[in-house]
Design a protein around this ligand. Structure first.
Ligand code: AMP
Length: 427
């Protein structure tokens, strides 16, 4: 029988990589605190309707990419393809409108989309996601964009480009749709099949197409920013001014429309020069009509999501500081033959004092154990040879200095414990 492999588009984040994710999560959580965002944890699956109504029936995500199934109770449920709709659902369900506004929330975890897998694009991927709910003004948009850039700054990323656009609102978008349709009608035959089908349903999405022929046509398409109503125009200018005021380097891109229907006004992405074809490390914007589309009252909102895999790929490509790979502070080495219980007891005592310790389980030779200690990057080795065991002592070897010292067990543990406070410095 063939051994079972992970499904296509999923990946195992192994021990050699998972500690890098911990750094991304630490920086994300502390930046969230500094900006006043509270973490919330939401279900991995939701009623399918939340996404079909929230994200939009004509989007790729809803049409082609959702993992939808009927549960044993006959309900249609979907593995979440993103977090924004769930966060809005939670805000409405828990009546967060009653408290002070805005409500600033963040979450993270796995998302699921049936996409064609390639580098940086998976069927299960993880996102960090931030949402500011309950305020319509541009200050929230500016804060959200600033927050996303601050996370990357703290993670040491460079070579990033913020790309900004406005997609208008239900007041000005119908007129823009008509302008676009008129424009695309003349080159209709050259559009790809997907864009032909988008022509009537959602012509804005044609702007987003990566097909070469379509891109040639969209290059000189009329800009949405020329069709904005007064309110959307003023909002867009205020966001630009606010970001300039923060010294942000922003590029305007009239073709940025994003794949989810709920966006209104601000739409933005942050692109990395180190990601290849899937170059968006972050995407977000304003979605003032999402709450109503899922049956709630009017609740304005703005937010972003960023793929953790893509953040890690960019950090690796740029040689950014990833934190320290975990290593035992102590490796306990024995001369074998009956010393196992002593070794387990020493490791137990060290661990109970908060000292990370590891040891051999396989009865290997002292030489082999020393080799493992060195490969594991242990800072000190505690040697329990025959002499030590009969004298109740421990020999502590400093792996970087190469020096060693024998002391009574209690005194040795105490000394190690003292060194732990200098753990970072000693590494
Ligand atoms: P979106 O939810 O489509 O706005 O995407 C936001 C961010 O999530 C993107 O900029 C990527 O960093 C990440 N992302 C989206 N789809 C995938 C995917 N299939 N695989 C990996 N990361 C993704």
């Amino acid at each position: 029988m063939e051994t079972i492999k992970a499904p296509r588009g999923t990946r195992d984040v192994l021990g050699g990589e998972s500690w890098k994710w911990a750094r991304v999560m630490d920086v994300t959580a502390s930046t969230a605190d500094d900006f006043g965002f509270r973490e919330i944890m939401l279900p991995i699956f939701e009623h399918t309707e939340l996404f079909s109504r929230g994200i939009g029936d004509t989007t790729d995500v809803v049409e082609k990419e959702m993992y939808t199934f009927t549960d044993r109770g006959g309900r249609s449920v979907t593995l979440r393809p993103e977090l924004t709709a769930s966060i809005m659902r939670s805000y409405l369900e828990h009546d967060m409108r009653r408290g002070p506004q805005p409500v600033k929330l963040w979450g993270w975890g796995p998302m699921f989309r049936y996409e064609r897998p390639q580098k940086g694009r998976y069927r299960q991927f993880a996102q960090i996601d931030f949402e500011t709910l309950g305020v319509p003004g541009p200050m929230a948009d500016i804060e959200i964009i600033d927050l996303s850039m601050e996370i990357y700054r703290r993670l040491g990323l460079s070579n990033l480009q913020v790309v900004l656009n406005s997609v208008g609102c239900p007041k000005c978008r119908p007129a823009y749709r008509e302008v676009l349709k008129k424009y695309f009608a003349s080159g209709f035959d050259s559009l790809c099949d997907t864009c032909k089908s988008r022509f009537d349903r959602n012509p804005l999405r044609i702007l987003d197409c990566k097909n070469d022929a379509c891109r040639q046509i969209t290059e000189s398409a009329p800009a949405v920013t020329d069709s904005l109503c007064d309110e959307c125009g003023a909002h867009f200018k205020a966001v630009m001014r606010g970001l300039e005021n923060l010294g942000a380097d922003i590029k305007l891109d009239n073709r940025l429309v994003r794949g989810l229907d709920y966006y209104t006004k601000t739409a933005y992405e942050i692109l990395s020069g180190d990601l290849g074809a899937q170059n968006a490390v972050c995407g977000g914007g304003r979605y003032d009509n999402l709450a109503e589309s899922i049956g709630g009252p009017h609740v304005p909102g703005v937010g972003f999501a960023s793929g953790i895999e893509r953040i890690v790929i960019t950090m690796e490509a740029q040689g950014a500081y990833m934190g320290k790979e975990p290593a035992p502070f102590i490796y306990v080495v024995t001369s074998g033959g009956g010393a196992e219980n002593e070794a387990v007891s020493l490791a137990h005592d060290l661990r109970s004092r908060g000292v990370s310790a590891d040891l051999d389980f396989m009865g290997r030779s002292m030489k082999a154990q020393m080799k493992t200690a060195s490969q594991a990057n242990a800072r000190f080795v505690c040697i329990l040879g025959e002499d030590e065991i009969s004298a109740g002592t421990v020999t502590v070897k400093d792996m970087s200095a190469g020096t060693q010292e024998t002391a009574p067990r209690a005194a040795a543990i105490e000394k190690i414990e003292k060194n732990v406070s200098r753990k970072e410095e000693l590494r």
